[in-house]
Structure formats: structure tokens, C-alpha cells
Design a protein. Structure first.
Length: 259
């Protein structure tokens, strides 16, 4: 799969530039109520890069994604997107500067049709032709959504709902897409389908930051990965390096395919 992703990079977009940081997180402390979950965490995502966050349950992976998107309180530290500090911005403002987030659950409007969900995702597009072009682009990426465009989102399969959630986020052509557990609850076949779409999105030039439970598969398709533990960086490296690191294998990967 990693080879497929590299081919997509070569065909459709410049290779990631490690020196060109799109997202930079430094010494981040954040949590819920009075309790910190993240304790001085740091990471970066370069333009065009796919970065994967893995680690045991409770490590702070989803908390990190929510903190970046302004959904929880950040106590200290810096989050910069394209050189601009975004701590304190509302999610609606963060979307406007090119960063979109797909949560693990409640990520579609179940009572709206597929088409209406996508239209909601394009709410910032000011002209009808812009919306039409965005819809055409998303339906081209996800043909199943075109077939189901009149169906209520609540009737879709798990894989189709995940594709709809990603498609809605892509309506505004974000420069960085943050995905929280996109394979959760999916069958192995659908996991492969969703991951292929994620590689295609990344290959088009959109940077990806993905929190993922299926650690082996996610690292195999990533440029770099971060292993979190207890809200801190435990190990960092390329996807290939982490998959072959004895410490990572022993403590986080084990003999299975998930964290």
C-alpha cells in the first residue's frame, strides 16, 4: 500500500517537503475539566505529508485531534497552522483557514440525505458554480456516494458513512485533514477501501494527520508516525522505522494489527 501512495504522490502532487511545516504543535498541554491528558506533547506535519498517531488506549490520541481543532481547552503550548497560531480560535474559524476534522463518531447528519450532507460541508462556498464543482469533485472521489446521494445518511453502511464524513470535509478543499479513527468498527474489507481513499486524498496534495487504531496498516502507509503514551511522545520516526522498532513492536504493536 505504501508503494501505491508513493506513486500517487509522484503522479498528482509534489513529494512532502520535511522543511515546510504546515502544522506545528509545541509543548502542548490540554485535557478535560481540571485534568490534563496531554503533557507537553509536540508534533509536526509537512505539506503533502501523511502523519499517523498511534498508541495504547488512553494515550491521548483523540484528545490531540480535538485540541488541534479547538474542541477542548488548551492550557499551554503552541499550535500553529501555516505559520499562524490557532489556539483559542473557534472550529468555524479554523475551517476557514484550511484545516478540517473528521471525528470518529457522530460525523454525519443522519436525517439529511447524502447530497444535503455534502452541501452542508460546502457552506462557505459563495457561488453556485463553486458548490457544483466541489460536489462533482467529491462524487468523483467517492462514486458510492453519487449512487446513494438521495438516501438518508443514517441508512448508509459504516464504510459509506466514513466516506461521506470525509467527503463533506473535503468540500472546502482543506490543506490539512485530521482524521480520528477512520477504520473504527469497519470490516477488514472496508478498512482497505477507506484507507485506499485516504491515500488518494493525500496523493492529491492534501496533508493528512490520522489518529488510528489499526497501527500496523496505518504506519505502513504513512510518511511518519508518532507513538503516544500517557499523553507524551514515546517514539517518533518514519512509518517503516516504527514498524521495525523492537520497542514499538513489543510495547504497542504486539502480535496483532491494532494498538
Amino acid at each position: 500500500m505504501r508503494g501505491q501512495q508513493e506513486a500517487l504522490h509522484r503522479a498528482d502532487a509534489p513529494a512532502p517537503d520535511p522543511g515546510s511545516k504546515l502544522l506545528q504543535v509545541t509543548d502542548l498541554r490540554a485535557g478535560y475539566g481540571d485534568a490534563d491528558v496531554l503533557h507537553g506533547l509536540g508534533l509536526s506535519v509537512a505539506r503533502g505529508e501523511m502523519v499517523v498517531i498511534v498508541g495504547p488506549n488512553g494515550a491521548g490520541k483523540s484528545t490531540l485531534a480535538k485540541a488541534i481543532f479547538g474542541l477542548i481547552n488548551v492550557r499551554s503550548g503552541v499550535i500553529s497552522f501555516d505559520g499562524h497560531r490557532i489556539v483559542g480560535l473557534k472550529p468555524s474559524a479554523i475551517v476557514q483557514i484550511g484545516l478540517c476534522y473528521v471525528p470518529q463518531t457522530r460525523n454525519v447528519f443522519a436525517n439529511l440525505s447524502v447530497h444535503q450532507n455534502l452541501e452542508v460541508g460546502g457552506y462557505l462556498l459563495k457561488r453556485g458554480d463553486q458548490l457544483a464543482r466541489a460536489l462533482k469533485r467529491v462524487y468523483g472521489l467517492f462514486p458510492d456516494l453519487w449512487e446513494k446521494r438521495r438516501s438518508r445518511a443514517g441508512t448508509l453502511s459504516g464504510g459509506q458513512r466514513q466516506m461521506l464524513a470525509m467527503g463533506r470535509a473535503l468540500m472546502l478543499r482543506p490543506r490539512l485533514l485530521v482524521l480520528d479513527e477512520p477504520s473504527a468498527g469497519l470490516s477488514p474489507r472496508l478498512v482497505d477501501v477507506v484507507f485506499e481513499k485516504i491515500m488518494e486524498i493525500n496523493g492529491s496534495g492534501c496533508s493528512i494527520l490520522m489518529v488510528e487504531q489499526n497501527a500496523r496498516k496505518a504506519l505502513a502507509m504513512s510518511d511518519r508516525g508518532y507513538v503516544l503514551d500517557m499523553g507524551k511522545n514515546a517514539v517518533t520516526g518514519s512509518g517503516t522505522e516504527l514498524l521495525s522498532d523492537p520497542k514499538v513492536i513489543d510495547l504497542y504493536l504486539g502480535g496483532g494489527s491494532t494498538e
